[in-house]
Design a protein around this ligand. Structure first.
Ligand SMILES: Nc1ncnc2c1ncn2[C@@H]1O[C@H](COP(=O)(O)OP(=O)(O)OP(=O)(O)O)[C@@H](O)[C@H]1O
Length: 624
């Protein structure tokens, strides 16, 4: 993995390389400039690229930090694309064997045989071996994944570290809540009413929770009542605790305790989420709330040594948190049995049921031993629920499931101030720099549409001395986790990210989200901007709107802005109601669901037709 010192990256416009030991002539050319970068500082080009950027350490599991001014030939300078050499269409300046051709990479786009791959790299074409390590065991043509995440701190201060609720936390009480379905149970108004056991109550207090948020007030009793649930609440409003607390309470009431005496572990709870970082975060929340109890959560996700995860499972597993690929792998290997599953939770449920993950979800519920939907409780949570997905979700739920809508289904968090700047493709980079300089060291997530763009922008910002790191699906897991850690700690206040970081991540003090590229889907926009303005705190989102590229999103953006009581720029309205979008040349977009899709079906007046799912984003995160 490490030591591919001759790596190079060429893009259509330029080349981006990494060298070592001062021998490098690697360089990064763009249309405007060329960032030569060599470890020995012998770069060529008009602008020296001295701010080498590294989230990768030299040790496999090391914790080496970012190196901003690495001119000394250390390994681990900025490395895009999972640390391997990358070569785009052009072969200019490539050196050595580290590069691979994007177009000809059989494990990439062409190698999937048409199989759709989700935004995280957990989804592979049918029949393809999913796990690099498993593959290693069979044909040995891929390096074994040996990464083991750093041991988690055991002290209470670290486990219960949390950020404060914001000034708008109490405004949650004013949000409209709609619970549909027969006989919904009474909402609770305090955690005391939830009658949690002593250790859980202690853990809730230590987490800084004083009163429940609306999704908790309604979700907790629904789960206690044994109901299946489809819950929709705005980003950052406490959906995770809404399912973890009642589940943990029930497990404890039933005296569930982890046991390491069986080779096959049979968890009572399976939680799935679309990305590695998100499932890890959910696991950390479960571990926090289960602190001091006999209930043991475990997490499994790709990019980490499978042997390590098998050992963790074998120590006892009541709550198994996983990304779909690795979870199915564990089941396939006979390490996990499903016959005791009582709760199946889909976080980011609309994502888990869209065309990327739906086949895996169906395989999961059809796996041997998995209790039928009548014999388990299925819980779905998200901030967005397109109606077509709601209809499909019903396949996984009991007939009488409850639909809980807190605020506008699919609506943006109203604590995020949304601003749009009209830009042309060519001015974005400079605008971003100006913006970041103006906001100083505010913690900022910059979303871009492709992995290549993420590398490119991160390198550009580093070169401009803005402490930046990046996260995307081609970075090694160690690098991804290091990038998040550096962003969380403030060591790198700017994180350039693809959609892999759009959903669920709860990072303290993210004051600012920038959509350098707007996403294709409005739901994705809502999730992205929801990385700020969490838990009653205020946040800001600035989006670059390029009329040539983003016109098809304009109308949906206007709806989101209006529903969040935000000002709609007149130029955005003009863009929405002129041009091709009005003539129907757009790809079909999903409806906003304002409520439970069942209500619409039964409504006499309903003349809203279901639309086919939006096509996946034209994003290399999706397809490679
Ligand atoms: N009742 C509460 N009191 C105080 N803080 C809370 C409460 N509930 C949740 N939180 C905190 O609020 C933050 C956001 O919660 P969480 O990540 O569960 O949001 P979410 O609704 O799942 O967001 P997203 O849609 O982005 O996934 C977390 O830091 C969580 O610990």
């Amino acid at each position: 993995m490490e030591g591919t010192d001759t790596d190079s990256l060429n893009t259509d416009n330029g080349e981006f390389g990494r060298g070592c030991g001062g021998r490098s002539r690697d360089s990064w050319n763009t249309d405007n400039s060329e960032f030569g970068r060599g470890c020995g500082g012998r770069s060529r080009g008009r602008r020296d690229f001295k701010s080498s950027f590294s989230a990768a350490g030299g040790e496999e599991n090391g914790n080496n930090g970012i190196n901003w001014n690495n001119t000394e030939g250390e390994r681990g300078g900025f490395r895009g694309r999972g640390g391997r050499g990358f070569r785009g269409e052009s072969r200019r300046g490539s050196r050595g064997g580290g590069g691979f051709r994007q177009g000809g990479d059989q494990s990439g786009r062409e190698g999937f045989g048409g199989g759709y791959r989700g935004k995280d790299e957990e989804i592979f074409a049918k029949g393809e071996n999913k796990d690099p390590e498993k593959k290693d065991l069979t044909d040995g043509d891929k390096p074994k994944v040996t990464y083991i995440p750093p041991t988690l701190p055991e002290d209470e201060d670290s486990i219960f570290a949390h950020y404060e609720t914001g000034i708008n936390f109490d405004k949650y009480d004013d949000i409209m809540v709609d619970v549909s379905g027969t006989n919904p149970p009474q909402a609770i108004t305090s955690f005391d009413e939830a009658a949690l056991c002593e250790s859980l109550i202690k853990n809730v207090r230590k987490s800084g929770y004083v009163k429940p948020t609306p999704v908790q007030k309604h979700g907790i009793p629904a789960i206690f009542a044994g109901r299946d649930l489809m819950a929709c609440a705005q980003t950052g409003s406490g959906k995770t605790a809404a399912f973890l607390l009642p589940i943990l309470q029930q497990l404890m009431a039933d005296g569930v305790a982890a046991s390491c005496f069986s080779e096959l572990q049979e968890p009572e709870v399976v939680i799935v989420a679309p990305t590695r970082e998100l499932i890890n975060q959910i696991y950390l929340e479960a571990r926090k709330f289960a602190f001091g109890t006999c209930v043991r959560p475990v997490v499994v996700y790709g990019g980490v040594s499978i042997g390590h995860q098998i050992r963790e499972i074998s120590r006892g597993c009541n709550i198994l948190c996983g990304t779909p690929g690795r979870l199915m792998d564990m089941i396939g290997r006979g390490k996990v049995g499903l016959s005791k599953v009582r709760y199946l939770v889909l976080d980011e449920a609309d994502r888990m049921l869209d065309m990327g993950f739906e086949p895996d979800m169906r395989r999961l519920v059809d796996s041997p031993g998995m209790p039928s939907k009548e014999n388990r409780q299925t819980l779905m949570f998200s901030a967005t629920y397109p109606e077509d997905i709601q209809r499909m979700a019903a396949d996984f739920l009991k007939m009488d499931y409850l639909f809980l809508a807190v605020g506008v289904v699919g609506g943006a968090c109203s604590d995020v101030e949304q601003t749009f700047i009209q830009v042309s493709k060519f001015s974005k980079r400079e605008q971003l720099l100006d913006l970041l300089i103006a906001t100083g060291m505010e913690r900022t997530m910059v979303f871009v549409e492709t992995k290549r763009q993420a590398d490119f922008i991160a390198a550009f910002l580093c070169q401009e001395k803005v402490p930046t790191t990046s996260i995307h699906g081609d970075r090694e897991q160690r690098e991804r986790e290091q990038a998040l850690a550096d962003f969380r700690s403030g060591k790198c206040p700017v994180l350039v990210a693809t959609s892999v970081a759009a959903r669920g991540l709860d990072i303290p003090d993210v004051q600012h989200v920038v959509n350098f590229d707007l996403p294709n889907s409005i739901d994705e926009y809502v999730h992205r901007i929801g990385r700020t303005g969490r838990c009653g705190n205020l946040g800001r989102a600035v989006s670059f709107f390029d009329p040539d590229a983003d016109g098809q999103l304009a109308r949906a953006l206007i709806t989101v802005l209006s529903k969040a009581q935000q000002e709609v720029p007149s130029w955005l309205e003009e863009s929405a109601f002129s041009g091709p979008s009005i003539t129907g040349f757009n790809p079909p977009r999903r409806n906003f669901a304002s409520t439970d899709a069942r209500k619409r079906e039964f409504s006499q007046d309903n003349n809203v037709k279901s639309q086919p799912p939006a096509p996946p984003a034209a994003d290399d995160e999706e397809w490679e």
